[in-house]
Every structure is written in structure tokens, then in C-alpha cells.
Design a protein around this ligand. Sequence first.
Ligand SMILES: [Fe+2]
Ligand SMILES: [Fe+2]
Length: 283
Amino acid sequence: MTVTLFHLSDIHFGLEDTRALAWVEECIEAEKPTAVLITGDLTMRARHREFAAACRWISALGPPVTVEVGNHDMPYFNLVERFTDPYRRFRAIEALLEKQLDLPGLAIVPLKTVTRAQWRFPWSNGWITDKALAETLAAIDAVPAGRRVIVTAHHPLTERDPHGKRLTINGTAAMAELAKRKVLAILSGHVHDAFDLTAETPNGPLRMIGAGTLSRRIRSSPPSYNCLTVSDDGIQVCVRNLQDISTPEMQIDKVPENALPPRQPGDPVAPVATVPPTDPPVH
Ligand SMILES: [Fe+2]
Ligand SMILES: [Fe+2]
């Protein structure tokens, strides 16, 4: 059986690309995908009005929707709330969402990759706690035999960049566990560019599929989303965008640290953020 999934990410309500979002809405209305999977960073600064806008948008969609918590979805200005109840604002939309999806022959299982604080800076990078990984693995192990599994997360699981810098803590171990369980793919966002890569683990390969952004905070590609066609042959990925750029051209070939634009020759040493000057640059 073929299942069509729209994989959206990093809409960043508050800095969303309204034209791109209207187009995605039309595509969902016309094509009626089996589900819409949003891999985090629903808002820009976790403001109440940004979550309210996200609620309105998600409520108007027909298919079931899942959303992972992104690093932008925890209070940014209110540190007391960030420490005491970081997911309170996010929970306000959970009534509209599916936590875990059971589709024909396919289960969608979430993996949490954010933490309220870390011993390192920036806090925006991923961290898969032992508890979060255990919950995901238990959910996968409970999926009835014969049903395939796709895992959704905000951060790509890549643990080290080519220079050895640590990206997602515990990502390597998580990838090995997911590969052992033969998951079809891990879907993610966070870096604002699309990719479709295969990681080698001690337990075999793991496919990693990243979606771009639907915000105005772009990295190296225009706003986009992934249309995933899941069949007995596996997953086919199409990176859809308003500029008719082909999927291979839209996809980057390695996972970067964050969503900041890649440096060009002659650029100043400090990278330039694409957010308006009223917002401090963040990852
Ligand atoms: Fe983002
Ligand atoms: Fe993010």
C-alpha cells in the first residue's frame, strides 16, 4: 500500500513565509496526503501569539498532523518558565495533534531531541537523553510485527561535524539503535535545508531525511517541504519548492551545525543572520 506524507519543518510562526505557507495549504487541500508531519520549530520565539497562529493554521488542515518540539518552541525570554515548565506553551496545541500515528502498514514514532538547558552553549543544539531514547525505542518495539516505522525528530541525529564539533549529543547511539530496529528513516528539520543521506552504523545503514524551512529564515535554499511516497519499495522523496528547483539541487550533501547561511569567500568572520534586526541572531 502506498502512503503519501507531507514532511514540513521549521515554519517559525512569527517569521513564517506566508506565500509558501499558502501554497502548502493549497497542496494539502488538493492532494489530501495521509498525514502531515512537522519536525519542529513551529514558532520563532515561542510567543503566545505565535502558537495561536500555529493553532489556527493546523486546525484548518484536513489530515492528521504530528509536530515535534523544536528548540524555538520553548520560552526564549521567560527563563523561569523555560526551567520550570518548558513545554507548557507547546502543550496548548497538543489537543490538535497526533502524538504517534498508526497508518496502514506504517507507524510514525516521535523522538525528542530538545532540552530546557545544557552544560554547553548554544542550547539550541540537539541532545537525546537516555529517557527520550528509551521512550522512542519502547514505542517502536510495541509496534505490531509487519508494520514499518518512521521516526520523527527536530534535530538531525548527526553527532559530529567534519571538524569534530559535537552536534546532537547521543546521536550516534540513537542512530545505531534505530538501525538495529530497521526503521525506514529518521525525519528531521532544524538546519533549514533539505537532505537525504544514509548514515552507516554498527547495526547497518540508517536513512536520514531532512526537510527545509517554510520560514523567511532561509539557509542556502528557498522555502520547501518534502513529499514522501512510502511504498513496498521504500521512501521516495520530492523536495517541493516554488522555484521549480529539482530535488537533487535542493538537497545538501552533509548535515551542517545549524540554520545559519554557509559562509562565502569574502564574508566577514562572524556569520550574518537573516532574521530582522529586532530579533537577536539565534540558531
Ligand atoms: Fe528552525
Ligand atoms: Fe531548530
